[in-house]
Design a protein around this ligand. Structure first.
Ligand SMILES: CC(C)(COP(=O)(O)OP(=O)(O)OC[C@H]1O[C@@H](n2cnc3c(N)ncnc32)[C@H](O)[C@@H]1OP(=O)(O)O)[C@@H](O)C(=O)NCCC(=O)NCCS
Length: 181
């Protein structure tokens, strides 16, 4: 494999690594380059830990985990909210996304989180399903909080979860108790 896999708690993130990840984010999410040139956070939600594959200062693949207690149905749920998953174009279709997703969720399990939760466009459901993620019903209402105002997540996104301590995702409304990631 090209590069080496690293798991980085946010407390150990260095400015150089932060900048290298943001360069990768700008390449892989060009529509959001203005945001990612400044921060790895999305809508103010930043990672508590990060898995990446690094090769000579280049971050080939990346996944961040937001640490959040949400409400699902009528219960609190400690989730690893997966964000900013990318693989640099020349390195796609080579298993690197699986590697960082596995590492980031192994850390979630070590930290005794209930499950993983991510939002993605429907075309990526197959990719994440292959990694053990499970799509929630398309009509599951998801509420985020933006500037103190409750609003839905973008309609083009679906929600998927990864079972850890919580094997079945509780039915009902998902309230993110903050903004989305
Ligand atoms: C998503 C991503 C990390 C997957 O990387 P990868 O594991 O190396 O896999 P690939 O890029 O080869 O694609 C995996 C699947 O996604 C599909 N896909 C990827 N990019 C796509 C695009 N722009 N349009 C349509 N389908 C796409 C592939 O066709 C493939 O589908 P399949 O699983 O049904 O065969 C990578 O494509 C990427 O960095 N994309 C840009 C950033 C992004 O969208 N991240 C996801 C945020 S949730």
């Amino acid at each position: 494999m090209t590069g080496h896999l690293r798991l980085i708690p946010e407390e150990a993130m260095t400015p150089d690594l932060d900048a290298a990840i943001r360069r990768g984010l700008c390449v892989c999410f060009p529509d959001n380059a203005a945001d990612f040139s400044l921060t790895r956070s999305w809508h103010g939600s930043g990672p508590a830990w990060t898995a990446l594959v690094e090769d000579d200062g280049l971050i080939l693949a990346h996944a961040g985990a937001v640490d959040r207690v949400i409400r699902a149905g009528d219960r609190p749920l400690a989730v690893a909210g997966i964000q900013n998953v990318y693989v640099l174009p020349p390195h796609r279709a080579s298993g690197l996304s699986n590697l960082v997703m596995k590492a980031v969720m192994e850390e979630a399990a070590r930290r005794a989180r209930d499950c993983g939760l991510l939002f993605c466009v429907p075309r990526l459901e197959r990719l994440y399903s292959r990694m053990g993620w499970i799509a929630l019903p398309a009509d599951t209402p998801v509420v985020r909080v933006d500037g103190g105002v409750e609003c839905p997540i973008p309609g083009k996104n679906i929600a998927m979860y990864y079972p850890l301590a919580q094997r079945d995702f509780p039915p009902g409304l998902i309230h993110l108790q903050g903004n989305d990631w």
